[in-house]
Design a protein around this ligand. Sequence first.
Ligand code: ZN
Length: 141
Amino acid sequence: MPFYRRPLIPGEISAERWLSVLIPVGWLTGGITVLQFQEWLPWCILFRVTGIPCPACGGTRSTLALAHGHIGQAFYFNPAWTLLCLGSIAVWLWCAGTAWRRTPVLRYHANSKLGAWLPRAGVIAAVVLNWLWNCWREMAS
Ligand SMILES: [Zn+2]
């Protein structure tokens, strides 16, 4: 199995401890930025120049929808960003639980070339699918 659990090595920096602090900081700064400074956020340069959305287009509107509890609307504006935001809740719960209870940490070690490339291919596929969705959304609107 590429996933395994082990105790922290003495002196090792706990990624879980850092993430249990940084993820809520990201929620707060992202939420405050979108809710209070929305009109100051720059427009997407690619969309402005070409009329073609980038994979991140709709992220601000998606965050705004999430901040108001409109999850369906958030998915419509940017599905990958919405999944990332909602997934960050699960990651935070996992990291905070692991860090505070000092239980063994979860790590990934690829045993094969396929195991090393599968997560990367998944990220690339998610970005491409999200970009195609954004293109479709812009054509449909
Ligand atoms: Zn964009």
